[in-house]
Design a protein around this ligand. Structure first.
Ligand code: 5RP
Length: 244
């Protein structure tokens, strides 16, 4: 598989991934994220493995598992390997408190389980994804298919009760069919707009809606952000945010 970036954004994703690979050392148990930045990381990791790096990975999606296997990266089961030394993944948005929106690629549930099972969760993004207020990227919610329309109405009501007004909820589709996650669930994308605040309170309220399996708000989980910009890489550690 090619590791050559083809656009400026691909180049930045590749830069972030290249810095993330430096965190991986032999003997580690490593969570492998999903999405294009994670795929850049996995490609680079595969090259290191072929060069003798001895690690075992836990994939966060079937697609990531397939890619890692094709590159000769050994994979294991989270039940057998947790706690992981590291989890390395991308994100759709991040704020300066290191809270995230994830799930643009539909893998938010397994990604969150793996991130929560790691001693350190490193997130690779490129500059425009780091924002003052999250929500320009629609928040994905993974919902059980049974009665999902009713669940969506309850989500909308909960969101309104949190002071966000009428936030449009769109059932995700792919290739003219309703999108299904690796876990057989559907996804609703909630278009808040760049207005999110008190995200921990919102996250708790969303988790309480019957039928919601998981939402894409990752609050207090990320340890480190790797932010790639044309002028260079910025590393933001949670210890520097005062929110450890
Ligand atoms: C997948 C994710 C991805 O990490 C997120 O969508 C970022 O993707 P990309 O690296 O392709 O921009 O959460 O569920």
């Amino acid at each position: 598989m090619s590791t050559t970036p083809s656009t400026d954004i691909d180049h930045l994703k590749h830069q972030a991934a290249a810095r993330a690979v430096d965190y991986v050392t032999s003997g580690m148990k490593v969570g492998l994220g999903s999405g294009s930045t994670s795929e850049a990381f996995i490609n680079l990791l595969g090259a290191r493995v072929r060069g003798g790096l001895d690690i075992i990975g836990v994939p966060t999606s079937e697609r990531t598992a397939q890619l890692a296997r094709s590159l000769g990266i050994a994979l294991g089961n989270l039940n057998d390997l947790a706690p992981l030394d590291l989890d390395i993944d991308g994100a759709d948005e991040a704020d300066y408190a290191l809270d995230l929106i994830k799930g643009g690629g539909g893998a938010l549930l397994r990604e969150k389980i793996v991130a929560a099972s790691a001693k350190k969760f490193i997130v690779m993004i490129h500059g425009p994804k780091l924002v003052e207020k999250m929500g320009a990227f629609p928040l994905p919610l993974e919902v059980i298919e049974f009665g999902h329309g009713e669940t969506a109405k309850r989500i909308a009501a909960v969101v309104k009760s949190q002071g966000y007004g009428d936030v449009p909820l769109v059932l995700r589709r792919k290739n003219d069919a309703v999108y299904k996650t690796d876990n057989g669930n559907v996804i609703y994308d909630a278009a808040f707009g760049p207005v999110m605040s008190a995200t921990a309170k919102l996250a708790t309220a969303l988790s309480c809606v019957p039928g919601v399996v998981e939402h894409g708000l990752y609050i207090g989980i990320a340890s480190t952000l790797i932010v790639a910009r044309p002028e260079g890489i910025e590393i933001i550690d949670r210890s520097a945010t005062g929110k450890v």
